[in-house]
Design a binder for this molecule. Structure first.
Ligand code: PLP
Length: 370
């Protein structure tokens, strides 16, 4: 009677489909779910992960800390240990507000939810991180994309005109930008912050690979927040992002944050990892050095040009992106083919910097393809 296998046959498939169509919002039904590629046995250079593992001694200390976690209890809802470790590692003053998220993805969604009153506009340059647009759609806000210039710099005149005309509740600036890899002009960012009536969020996911940050200046502006993540510096699996802003902004965002969004294992492991700043800094330096080696080698291939990058990926224009992507895929190497995403990204491949051996494998395939 309670056999769960029998339940599957109960509902009529056409009836289910009709109810789904009548119930789920059309803008959601017309989307496709974010496809995450399977990683088994391939060289994964598509998702901006840090390719290096941790020293055995650090892994053992994490293992011991995780063994002591009381998983029968909810985690600390305020994630105090994580916030203390972040404040120490960033050198944050006590008067700066700090909120943590389950990845910065969650903070992006929380921020959008908090500002999305009916008719609210969310504005960002394009191409940029796709979640700025998706989160606006989820929150029923209107997304306005302002095209970047051909060289991927901000079109400041167009940005200021759009801000004046749309009065956006929220402006996103990925700094450096994903997927173009460049850092926007700091004076242009400042002008956008000063001209914006609402919140301006600087998304510094790639700060460890960049030459400039707005973090120390966040309280200079009445409407600035800086969002970061530990994903790109070697802890993508932990899912931890944070936002820094005036405490008055953070207090409102706290009302939207799910109370137990940082799980107990992450809370136990993160302070240990942040304490290993030498390991993290050494890995980031190795990635920056390899980035320059890969960029130089790619630029030597016929028909290839490489964009300036301040991230842990290299954006390259190749003669035939779908064919080059397929050649890499056939050799067991996964990169991101951006061809078809946006007119400015025609025939671009976004290649995450891997270990020296992974990068050598990539270069060997592309030397044959060129
Ligand atoms: C990777 C990335 C994120 C998301 O990072 P998570 O913390 O892993 O969710 C946010 N913004 C930009 C620009 C990114 O590239």
């Amino acid at each position: 009677m309670n056999d769960p296998r029998a339940v599957g046959l109960a509902a009529d498939a056409a009836d289910v489909a009709a109810r789904v169509a009548a119930t789920i919002r059309p803008e959601i039904r017309s989307m496709s779910a974010y496809a995450v590629a399977k990683a088994d046995g391939i060289v994964k250079l598509d998702a901006m992960e840090n390719p290096y593992t941790l020293p055995e001694s650090v892994r053992m200390r994490i293992a011991e800390a995780l063994a002591d976690v009381a998983i029968n209890r909810y985690p600390d809802g305020a994630a105090e240990g994580v916030k203390r470790a972040l404040r120490t590692s960033l050198g944050l003053a006590g008067d700066v507000g700090l909120i943590v998220g389950n990845g910065s993805d969650e903070l992006l969604a929380l921020i959008t939810t908090a500002v999305a009153r009916p008719g609210a506009v969310v504005l960002a340059p394009e191409p940029s991180f796709v979640y700025y647009r998706l989160d606006a759609v989820y929150s029923n806000a209107r997304f306005v994309g302002v095209p970047l210039q051909e060289d991927f710099s901000l079109d400041l005149g167009a940005m200021l005109a759009a801000i004046e005309h749309e009065r956006p509740a929220l402006v996103w600036l990925a700094y450096p930008n994903n997927p173009t890899g460049n850092l926007f002009d700091a004076a242009a960012v400042e002008a956008i912050a000063r001209a914006s009536p609402g919140l301006v969020v600087i998304d510094e996911a790639y700060y460890a690979f960049a030459s400039h940050t707005f973090l120390p200046r966040v309280l200079e502006f009445a409407n600035l927040a800086v969002v970061r993540t530990v994903s790109k510096i070697g802890m993508a699996g932990l899912r931890l992002g944070y936002a820094v802003a005036h405490p008055a902004w953070i207090a409102e965002l706290e009302k939207v944050r799910p109370p137990y969004n940082i799980n107990a294992y992450t809370q136990a492991a993160l302070p240990i990892l942040l304490g290993e700043s030498e390991v993290l800094d050494t890995q980031a330096a190795a990635i920056r050095a390899e980035r320059s080696r890969v960029g130089t080698a790619l630029a030597r291939l016929p028909g290839v040009s490489v964009h300036r990058t301040e991230t842990n990926f290299v954006l390259a224009r190749v003669p035939d992106a779908p064919r080059w992507f397929a050649a890499l895929r056939a050799a067991g190497i996964l990169v991101k083919n951006l061809h078809g995403w946006h007119p400015l990204l025609a025939h671009r491949l976004r290649i995450t910097v891997g270990t020296p051996a992974e990068n050598d494998a990539l270069l060997r395939v592309l030397e044959k393809t060129a």
